[in-house]
Design a protein around this ligand. Structure first.
Ligand code: BGC
Length: 752
């Protein structure tokens, strides 16, 4: 069904943005520049345009651009949003109408156009969680999702989407893992980069966040991460570095936490040195909401814009910044640089030349739901499937569906990224109803989607609150589908990796009543599964987004062959983690403590390999309704560049997609862990056919970062390349290449 919000298009955008001497927009939308406003000349490069505009600005105009407001009323602080901001939005910055510089309208976040809490939430299309998109291992899907949510952002009049979360999963109990892209820097960086590119294809800016090392929510605003430069550059920073190159985001959001003693938003090492100098980032650094602690240190350390006031304790980048500049504590050139960076991104990404309309535009929610559904179906991971339990037989007469609000919809993650669905919350009674809630269930019912596909079967539902009743229903059924949920969200972490609310007991009871039990998980990240041996199949559906019920039903019934692969290790227990107890948990407000990343760059599967641990499910794991085999692995080394080619054969009976994962292990050199993911390629293969594919290895993944020289150094020696279907694939094939010593610059380019 096509659900369209039709709202008239007002063409007052330019008048609104450009004021009296502003540019004129022609019929085709291109902007001609009067001589008085040379920065409006779209023929000039963004750098030159930003330079010209800064030169024309007064001090007060510059100061306006570096100071951001919350786009919502804040009752606790008795503040109201700026009049031109969009209701219940994340952020707003006044532009400079006199010069044709539009306002910045900011919205969260990575899975769609979110709303702050209140009565006027705007309906949006929710993608599945970021982990799901990472689990697709498919850059086209990530790009398409980004393009879709970026289009909705633009249609709602936003020109900055606060997306691009790529914090590595060091902590599987982190409440925000669902917003991110897993534990591997290559996969996470590529996926999030593709999403950013998609978002910005709408001529709006996307952020990349949260910079950096904000990997747990417990005491996120006060904790201090301790990590050495080399380990950081080879893990969390590498993910950000890759996403920055792939996505070219206009803005980077610095995070709440401290890193080696200094708050991220006043951390010169992170902002000035790594991001701006080493990586050559030309856009602007905005703070997270409430992450600024100073004026002079923050401005001089590289923060370009304070966000979300009144979130911070003081208006550091308001009058105090003016005073600091007038006194020379913050050089005038630094203020100019802040503004130039903001303008550079606005010019480079089309925000000035293609202003957003002041009133919402029509959105084709039907088409957008299809994009979300495709993402969900590409990213669901079939973890276990014994005796062909899935796909469900169409001849099953009696099907039991139990738990997880499956009669009503699918779960979403909580916090600032929450997208409100057009149909309203399908389970409004759930708590918490306020921050970081509401607990949201999207009205896309798996039960109804299954019933619609099996009109002649009896598909009965029990909510699982009465275990005996659930067991009775299970016993009387041919097959049982148990839906288990784990609500996670911003601002809090999970106490452990167990499913909450006694759902482990429910699953065990049901599986004991009927061995043909399939578990569908809607979780924020990895969970433990004490009942695993008792059930016949497990499908990890993450938070599957707007079309989740349809997406799940399609996979369960075999309309879609599952092709998601885990973007993170599922541990067998918390004791396997580098920090078996989560630091600071349970949270005591404002507690200051260190989180020592003593595992260094050995994150996720690298840690498991290093310690010889066997996880519940390894990184990269995921089953299909068909079987695949790898062959013909051949590797070449030309000018130090490693390229591996291979064939993926579908040895089963139905078409499917396999993710070929290339891991590399040094045979002589020493790394942080025995192997790294060095490349991947998702391929679709028809039954009986073979598809040839190849991957080229980023030299940084063959090297160790040398902090003293700021170079990536490849050690001379032999390296094993393994083509595998997971980080622990017993059927993997491998070959060995010899590499000469080589040196690459800080960005992985050949050193001259
Ligand atoms: C979150 C950011 C978000 C911002 C604005 C913060 O609490 O950490 O990810 O973009 O709020 O809502």
């Amino acid at each position: 069904m096509k659900l369209k919000t039709k709202i008239s298009l007002l063409s007052a955008a330019v008048a609104l943005c450009c004021g009296s001497v502003g540019a004129q927009t022609g019929a085709a939308g291109e902007v001609a520049a009067p001589a008085a406003t040379p920065w409006m000349n779209a023929q000039l490069g963004a750098e030159e345009r930003a330079r010209l505009a800064v030169a024309a600005m007064t001090m007060d105009e510059k100061l306006k651009l570096v100071y951001g407001y919350l786009g919502s009323d804040m009752e606790s602080k008795k503040t109201t949003r700026p009049a031109p901001s969009h209701k219940q939005s994340a952020g707003f910055i006044y532009g400079v109408p006199r010069l044709g510089i539009p306002n910045l309208w900011e919205t969260d976040a990575g899975v769609g156009v979110a709303s702050q809490a209140g009565p006027d939430a705007r309906p949006g299309t929710a993608l599945p969680s970021g982990l799901n998109t990472a689990a697709t291992w498919d850059l086209n899907t990530a790009y398409a999702g980004g393009a879709m949510i970026g289009a909705e952002a633009r249609a709602y009049g936003f020109n900055v989407l606060l997306a691009g979360g790529v914090n590595l999963m060091r902590e599987p109990r982190n409440g925000r893992n669902f917003e991110y892209a897993g534990e591997d820097p290559l996969l996470a960086g590529k996926i999030v980069g593709a999403q950013i590119k998609g978002i910005q294809s709408n001529r709006i800016v996307s952020t990349l966040k949260h910079y950096a090392l904000n990997d747990q929510e417990t005491n996120r605003t006060s904790l201090n991460v301790k990590i050495d430069d080399r380990s950081a550059r080879m893990s969390d920073l590498l993910a950000l570095q890759i996403a920055n190159v792939e996505g070219n985001p206009g803005a980077v959001m610095c995070s709440y936490n401290r890193v080696n003693g200094v708050y991220a938003c006043e951390n010169s090492y992170l902002l000035n040195e790594v991001l701006k100098k080493d990586w050559g980032f030309k856009g602007w650094v905005m703070s997270d909401w409430g992450a600024v602690h100073s004026t002079v240190p923050a401005a001089n350390a590289g923060l370009d814009q304070q966000s979300g006031m009144p979130f911070d304790l003081a208006d550091y980048f308001g009058p105090p910044l003016k005073e600091a500049v007038l006194n020379g504590w913050v050089p005038q050139s630094r203020l100019d640089d802040m503004v130039r960076r903001i303008l550079h991104a606005m010019f480079a990404h089309g925000v000035v030349d293609h202003p957003v309309a002041p009133a919402p535009q029509s959105i084709d929610f039907g088409a957008h739901a299809a994009v979300s559904r495709k993402d969900a179906q590409e990213g669901m991971v079939l973890l276990k499937n014994s005796a062909g339990a899935l796909p469900l037989s169409r001849s099953a007469k009696k099907i039991a569906v139990i738990g997880g609000y499956a009669d009503r919809g699918v779960l979403a993650g909580g916090g600032s990224s929450l997208v409100y669905p057009a149909g309203g919350n399908a389970a409004p009674e759930l708590t918490p109803k306020t921050w970081p809630g509401p607990v949201m269930v999207y009205p896309s019912s798996p039960l109804k989607a299954i019933q619609a596909r099996l009109p002649s079967a009896t598909v009965a539902y029990a909510d699982g609150s009465d275990r005996a009743a659930a067991a009775k229903l299970a016993r009387e059924s041919d097959v049982v589908l148990v839906f288990a949920t784990q609500w996670t969200g911003e601002g809090f972490d999970m106490p452990n990796l167990s499913l909450p609310d006694k759902q482990d007991e429910l699953i065990s009871t049901v599986a004991e009543a009927n061995a043909n039990t399939v578990v569908v998980l809607e979780t924020g990240g990895p969970v433990t599964m004490p009942w695993l041996p008792k059930v016949s199949a497990v499908l990890e559906a993450w938070y599957p987004g707007t079309s989740g019920g349809e997406a799940i039903a399609g996979v369960l019934l075999g309309e879609v062959n599952p092709s998601g692969r885990l973007p993170a290790t599922f541990p067998a227990s918390e004791s396997q983690l580098p920090r078996p107890a989560l630091d600071g948990f349970p949270e005591v407000a404002d507690r200051r403590f260190d989180v020592n990343y003593s595992e260094g760059a050995a994150v996720g599967y690298k840690w498991f390999d290093l310690k010889g641990l066997t996880p519940l499910f390894p990184f990269g794991h995921g089953l299909s309704y068909t079987e695949f085999a790898f062959s013909d692995l051949a590797a070449s080394v030309k000018g130090g560049v490693v390229r591996a080619s291979f064939t993926v054969k579908n040895t089963g009976k139905v078409a499917g997609k396999q993710v070929a994962q290339l891991y590399v292990s040094p045979l002589t050199a020493r790394w942080e862990a025995p192997k790294r993911l060095a490349g991947f390629q998702k391929v679709e293969v028809q039954p009986g056919a073979g598809v040839q594919a190849s991957v080229t290895v980023d030299p940084r993944l063959l090297a160790v970062f040398d902090s003293a020289s700021k170079t990536w150094k490849v050690a001379k020696g032999d390296y094993k390349l393994t083509l595998a279907a997971s980080a622990a694939d017993s059927k993997a094939v491998s070959t060995v290449v010899h590499l000469d010593a080589a040196v690459y610059d800080v960005n992985g380019k050949p050193s001259r």
